[in-house]
Each structure stands twice: as structure tokens, then as C-alpha cells.
Design a protein around this ligand. Structure first.
Ligand code: SF4
Length: 143
């Protein structure tokens, strides 16, 4: 099972820091009843994994708000309507559909993707005072 912190990507725009249960709190509550042992994970993995000390199974805690892992992120997303997003929290996305449906060559499409990826954000900035939630919510982006 994975637990992920509530992020400001909800369709209702109801996200509020006070509504979020930090991963550290989830860890505290579970480990108080079922002691946990850390499991080694890859740097690029988003979940910190733990196994139960006295039984089978493991959990993963994903803490994008309180312990951002953007520094190791190389993800980009292609949406169902042909937009390339360089971060879940990008303010804008980049149109690829017109290139794909138009007369662009593979080389031109590749160059366009490289140019877009060069603009990838360093992180989500949720914890910055000037943070602005992205125009597209998770339901439009995909997981
Ligand atoms: S850079 Fe963006 S997409 Fe990557 S982990 Fe951070 S918030 Fe998620």
C-alpha cells in the first residue's frame, strides 16, 4: 500500500495545507502499532518503503509536499490531448499534437521535445510563498 500526501492538484481546488496528513505523521501512526523497518530504495523512486518488523508486507510513503524529491525527477508527461508537460505543477504545457499531426519530420519533433525538456522546472514550489496551483488538475494530467 502507498500513502501519498494530498497535493494541490485536486479538481475541487480544495487543497489546504491543514487538510494534508504529512508522511511523517502517517509513519508515526502506523509504526506505533506495527513497527517498521526501512527498505533500501532507488534514488529515483518516489516512495520511501518500509516493511513490517513482525509480519509480511510493506508500505510506501510518498511525501511530495513535506519532503520533495524533485531533484531526482526526469519525468515528462504527454496528455491525452497531445500536450507535453514537464512537471505536474507546470503553469503551462506545450503543444505537440500540431507537430505530430502536421508536416513536421521526426527530427523536427525530436528537436522540439529537446527544447521543451530544456525548460523543465527545478521543482514544484508548493512550499514557496508565491506558489500558484497549475491550471490543469490531476484529472486532466493523469497520474
Ligand atoms: S519536478 Fe514536478 S513532476 Fe517532478 S517530482 Fe517534482 S513536482 Fe513531480
Amino acid at each position: 500500500m502507498r500513502f501519498i500526501e494530498f497535493m494541490p492538484l485536486d479538481a475541487d481546488r480544495a487543497w489546504n495545507r491543514d487538510l494534508m496528513v504529512p508522511a511523517a505523521e502517517v509513519y508515526k501512526r502506523i509504526s506505533a502499532k506495527w513497527p517498521l523497518i526501512p527498505v533500501v530504495h532507488e534514488r529515483s523512486e518516489t516512495a520511501r518503503k518500509y516493511r513490517f518488523a513482525d509480519s509480511r508486507g510493506e508500505i510506501g510513503l510518498i511525501a511530495p509536499v513535506t519532503q520533495p524529491f524533485c531533484g531526482h525527477c526526469s519525468r515528462i508527461r504527454l496528455t491525452a490531448d497531445g500536450k507535453l508537460r514537464t512537471c505536474l505543477f507546470s503553469k503551462d504545457d506545450h503543444d505537440l499534437k500540431s507537430l505530430l499531426r502536421g508536416a513536421a519530420t521526426d527530427r523536427e519533433i525530436g528537436d522540439a521535445i529537446h527544447a521543451i525538456v530544456d525548460q523543465k522546472e527545478k521543482g514544484h514550489r508548493i512550499n514557496e510563498p508565491d506558489f500558484v496551483a497549475p491550471s490543469r488538475t490531476m484529472v486532466f494530467i493523469g497520474g
